[in-house]
Write a protein that binds this ligand. Structure first.
Ligand SMILES: Nc1ncnc2c1ncn2[C@@H]1O[C@H](COP(=O)(O)OP(=O)(O)OP(=O)(O)O)[C@@H](O)[C@H]1O
Length: 277
C-alpha cells in the first residue's frame, strides 16, 4: 500500500524551513509527590502553511505539547522555536492564535463584540474594526446574529464565533486543541468545511490536536501519531488528498478508507495500551 511513512528525521539544515520547530521536548508533572511523565523526547517540525494534526489517545500528551508551544507550560527539557526564535514560557509569541475545545466566548458580549475583542486590544479604530468584524461574521455565516449573545447561539455557531475571534487579528500560526470536540458529528463536519475554506485562503500554519482520526484525515496535510503515555511520536503519515477538500466528499473516497484503515490499526494499539493503569 502506498502510505508514506515520514518518521525519518529531517536532514541537518532543513529545520531552517520549519515555522514551528520542536526539539527533544519532554514534560513531567508532579502530582501528589509522584512524577507523571506526560511527554518524552518529542521532535517535529511544521512547515510554513502546513496543516499538521497531532493524533493520539486520551492522555498521550497532545495538549501538553500544544500548551508548551503556546508558552502556557514550561518544558522539563527541550526547545521550541517559532520562525527560528526560541519561545519563552509565559511570554506570548507574536502571530500565534490559540483555540481551545471550550468556546471561551465572553457571555456578556454580543457576537460582534466578541469577534472584535482582539481588535479593541490592538487599538484598531472603530470604522476599521466594524469592517473587519462584518467580514468575519460573513465568513462564519453568522449574519443576522451579530447582536446576539452567546447564550442564544447553538454550539456550532458559538464555535464559529470563537474561531473568528481568534482569526480576526490574522495570526499566521494557529494552535488548535480539539476545537470541535464538543460538537455533534454533523456540526463538526460543517466546521471542518468552514476551517478548510479559511485555511485555503489564508494559508496559516496550523497545529491541530485531536483524537478523532476522521477529523485529522479530513483536515491535515500530515498526521503525527502519538503513543500512549508517556507521549512519544510513534509514526507520521502524509495525507495526500487533493486540495481544495470537501469535508463530506473526502470521506467517501477509497483513498480515505485506505488511509483510515492503515492508521486506525496503529492508533488502536495505543488506545489499548492507554487503558492499562
Ligand atoms: N497539570 C497537570 N498536572 C499533572 N498531570 C498532568 C497535568 N496536565 C496533564 N497531566 C497529565 O499528563 C498526561 C497527558 O495529558 P494531556 O492532556 O496532554 O493528554 P492529551 O493527549 O491531550 O489527552 P486528551 O485527548 O484527553 O485531552 C495525562 O496523564 C495527564 O493526566
Amino acid at each position: 500500500m502506498n502510505v508514506q511513512n515520514l518518521s525519518t528525521p529531517l536532514p541537518d539544515g532543513q529545520s531552517n524551513l520549519q515555522r514551528i520547530d520542536v526539539r527533544g521536548l519532554s514534560k513531567s508533572f508532579q502530582l501528589a509527590g509522584t512524577a507523571i511523565e506526560a511527554v518524552r523526547d518529542v521532535s517535529f517540525g511544521v512547515r510554513r502553511g502546513e496543516f499538521v494534526a497531532l493524533l493520539g489517545p486520551s492522555g498521550s500528551g497532545k495538549s501538553t505539547v500544544l500548551n508548551m508551544i503556546a508558552t502556557l507550560i514550561k518544558p522539563t527539557s527541550g526547545q521550541i522555536l517559532i520562525d527560528g526564535v526560541p519561545v519563552i514560557a509565559g511570554k506570548a509569541t507574536p502571530n500565534v492564535g490559540y483555540i481551545f475545545q471550550r468556546d471561551t466566548l465572553f457571555p456578556w458580549r454580543t457576537v460582534a463584540d466578541n469577534i472584535g475583542y482582539g481588535l479593541e486590544l490592538a487599538g484598531v479604530a472603530e470604522a476599521a474594526r466594524k469592517e473587519r468584524i462584518a467580514a468575519c461574521v460573513a465568513q462564519a455565516g453568522l449574519q443576522g446574529f451579530e447582536h446576539a449573545y452567546p447564550s442564544a447561539l447553538s454550539g456550532g455557531m458559538r464555535q464559529r464565533a470563537a474561531l473568528m475571534r481568534t482569526l480576526v487579528v490574522e495570526p499566521q500560526i494557529l494552535l488548535m486543541d480539539e476545537p470541535f470536540g464538543a460538537l455533534d458529528t454533523h456540526t463538526k463536519i460543517d466546521m471542518h468545511d468552514v476551517l478548510l475554506r479559511i485555511w485555503e485562503r489564508e494559508q496559516q500554519t496550523v497545529l491541530f490536536v485531536t483524537h478523532d482520526l476522521g477529523e485529522a484525515l479530513t483536515l491535515a496535510d500530515r498526521i503525527i501519531l502519538f503513543s500512549a503515555r508517556p507521549g512519544r511520536i510513534k509514526d507520521m503519515f502524509e495525507v495526500d488528498f487533493a486540495r481544495p477538500r470537501d469535508a463530506v466528499k473526502v470521506r467517501e473516497t477509497p483513498r480515505y478508507a485506505e488511509l483510515f484503515q492503515h492508521i486506525w490499526h496503529s492508533l488502536g494499539e495505543e488506545f489499548v495500551k492507554g487503558r492499562k493503569p
